[in-house]
Design a protein around this ligand. Structure first.
Ligand code: WTA
Length: 671
């Protein structure tokens, strides 16, 4: 049952006053905790008196908790014999061994048996009002046709198929068709350039690529097939490219009579998909997720973080090319037999009311979006929100980067009319699903703006200091780690298990694997024990919610392809080699073009500041923290500069930054 909350500001007060009231008058205010009603998976667990004891149990008895959840929530061909066999210090993660299942059967067939005509997908096409609904029966048919087609074309269990498509039913059917026949999929965000796509196809060793003729986004046609053509020119292993037409008829591509496709019997730990993400080196890493654990974790978090109930319409507006699209547009909702929206457009097309007009038209109950879009919409004003009926909304979610208080408050007050809990969900491609989020918790438990707050079931966060010591007190900050395994975590980096161990289980200050999973993020734990994510600790940056390594951009900027000699560049900071005579505006344009061609448009620098030198430590490491503070104009927060090789470099950069901003303001003022 969903219980509405009051406004954020009042919520803190009201839960506080209730506590005071209860303790003063000794009122037995709490109803008995009915675990079976809240979480049927946990019904058999004895001695649970409230949600916090359930949370404690899930952490201290992780193995039994997850075994019960897996038995209850997934359909097995044969049961598992060992719930978990993990050793974080060796990067060995195995869940539900001995179990056999098929993910597409879990996402489709079992719902077709009970409610074939239920809507599985609502494809919210770029043109508002032209949505297409696909039922579970139809989606199973599409998936089977596609599965048969792939099998006939020689795709086998264990192969990897690259999918380069915008969010649409055929993309979902392609993912599920791979799962059906036991092939792994590798979805590449359809905004990536041909070179970035080619690199991912090669690394995944895909011989089959599925794409669409053209994409349509924000009223513009995007030549996806052409991009694939260019990419496969440098991918000798690609033997076939399947091209769907972007059409209103969801079965147009593979119309055949044969709609039965025998599901492959898969082991729990067989690969379900690879998803490439940026790390702190130039080379993106293909994180590997496997069958049962990933699906269980996506399904459970979808159900409990968002309080998703049968019959709800779930609107996650992330692209399927990112992990959010995988877990919360596709696998989580479908495993739960839900109705999920595939959003093809942009937040401001045809106008800044798009999301809310869609909420009204599709009667969306849970809306899950990114802070960058919320911040953008906030600037357009409340009238775009007020125009539409949002009374169906029950939960609002945020993901991808920290959400600042102003954006959080606006989301809560204006979009949610102060009625809907806002869940700021922290997680990563590596974690498979949400790890820290204000819900699930007691329906009236406080939610603090801009804080992810509470760990999910089975998640045990710890904070570590720079010496590798675990910080046990509250009101403290450190590197965010997770101290025990959970079923959703990535199992390895494709073809590079060593890199997986080095990146996630050991750190420069303690090169020996420690038994902790290192997230790469910093976090603050408040006095009350709530977590707030403060941002990346490594050289990964967040551009409008898209994750990119500074090293990836640097690789392009300093590559041999650049006809001009640039010795080193840090995103918007560029140092020219000595004696180079070049117009800065020309070079800026050139560098922008190169980043767009080699990675994607979104990775292009908005600002390029030319400097003589960068602030470096005596050991030659660039002090990115200092650069960030200069750009944020937080000069009081520059911190300790005593380890800098040449502190004067910072003054030069501050001065250059002021000049650049001055120029920009002048340009903006010009009519
Ligand atoms: C950041 C996206 C603050 C974080 C699901 C993480 C967040 C990276 C939040 C993962 C949040 C994600 N608050 N920061 N609620 N959610 N991040 O792999 O730095 O694309 O490590 O996964 O995004 O990005 P990824």
């Amino acid at each position: 049952m969903w219980l509405p909350c009051g406004r954020a500001s009042r919520r803190v007060v009201s839960s506080f006053s209730r506590r005071v009231f209860r303790s003063y008058f000794h009122v037995e205010g709490r109803r008995k905790f009915n675990v079976a009603a809240f979480m049927p998976e946990a019904a058999g667990i004895q001695g649970l008196s409230d949600r916090s004891t359930l949370q404690e149990f899930s952490v201290s008895n992780g193995e039994s908790f997850w075994a019960a959840a897996a038995r209850h929530r997934l359909s097995w061909i044969s049961p598992f014999h060992t719930a978990q066999d993990c050793d974080l210090s060796r990067g060995r993660i195995k869940w539900f061994e001995g179990g056999k299942l098929n993910v597409s059967v879990n996402c489709l067939d079992r719902h077709v048996h009970t409610c074939p005509e239920k809507v599985a997908l609502i494809w919210e096409r770029d043109e508002p009002g032209s949505e297409v609904e696909v039922t579970y029966r139809q989606l199973l048919e599409m998936t089977c046709r596609l599965g048969n087609l792939l099998r006939r074309r020689g795709v086998k269990k264990g192969d990897c198929v690259t999918i380069y498509m915008p969010p649409c039913p055929l993309a979902v059917a392609s993912m599920l068709a791979c799962a059906r026949i036991g092939a792994a999929h590798n979805v590449v965000f359809a905004g990536f350039s041909a070179e970035a796509l080619a690199e991912r196809i090669r690394d995944a060793h895909s011989s089959t690529v599925i794409t669409v003729n053209q994409g349509v986004r924000g009223g513009k046609v995007i030549e996806l097939k052409k991009t694939v053509d260019t990419a496969v020119d440098s991918c000798p292993m690609v033997q076939q490219v399947l091209v769907a037409m972007r059409t209103e008829n969801p079965v147009a591509m593979t119309a055949r009579d044969d709609v039965v496709c025998e599901p492959a019997v898969m082991d729990s730990e067989d690969v379900l998909f690879l998803l490439y993400t940026s790390g702190s080196t130039g080379k993106p890493k293909g994180l590997v997720h496997t069958q049962a654990g990933y699906l269980l974790y996506a399904a459970l978090t979808h159900r409990y973080v968002f309080s998703y109930h049968d019959g709800d319409v779930f609107g996650c507006v992330a692209d399927i090319g990112w992990i959010t699209g995988h877990s919360y547009s596709v696998y989580g909702p479908l495993a739960n037999g839900g109705t999920t929206v595939l959003f093809e457009s942009t937040p401001i097309y045809p106008d800044p009311g798009r999301y809310w007009e869609m909420v009204q038209r599709l009667k969306i109950n849970q809306f899950y979006g990114a802070p960058t879009a919320i911040r953008l919409l906030l600037k357009y004003g409340d009238q775009w929100v007020h125009k539409y009926d949002r009374s169906t909304l029950k939960t609002l979610g945020s993901v991808g980067e920290p959400i600042n208080t102003e954006a959080w408050e606006w989301y809560h007050r204006v979009v949610g009319d102060g009625r809907c809990p806002v869940v700021d969900t922290w997680w990563q491609t590596e974690t498979g699903g949400i790890c820290i989020s204000p819900r699930p918790s007691d329906p009236d438990a406080e939610i603090v703006p801009g804080m992810a707050m509470r760990p999910f079931f089975g998640i045990k966060p710890v904070l570590m200091d720079t010496e590798g010591k675990v910080l046990t007190s509250n009101n403290t900050s450190g590197a965010l780690c997770i101290s025990q395994p959970w079923p959703g975590m990535a199992r390895t980096i494709h073809n590079n298990h060593q890199r997986y161990i080095e990146t996630y289980f050991s750190k420069s200050f303690c090169p020996v694997p420690t038994g902790y999973f290192f997230t790469g993020d910093g976090a603050y734990r408040s006095k009350e024990g709530y977590y707030q994510i403060t941002g990346r600790l490594d050289d990964v940056i967040n551009v409008s919610g898209h994750r990119i390594g500074t090293a990836e951009i640097e690789d392009v900027v300093v590559s041999d392809d650049c006809p001009l000699p640039v010795s080193s560049g840090v995103y918007t900071f560029v140092v020219l080699k000595k004696d180079v005579d070049v117009q800065e505006t020309d070079l800026s344009r050139l560098l922008n073009d190169m980043v767009s061609k080699k990675i994607a448009k979104y990775a292009c620098p908005d600002f390029i500041q030319f400097v003589h030198r960068l602030p470096k430590t005596r050991s030659g490491k660039i002090m990115r923290r200092v650069l960030r503070k200069v750009v944020e104009r937080d000069l009081n927060g520059l911190g300790d500069l005593s380890t800098l090789d040449d502190p004067a470099a910072v003054q030069e950069i501050i001065q250059g930054h002021r000049e650049l901003r001055g120029q920009q303001q002048q340009q903006q003022q010009q009519p």
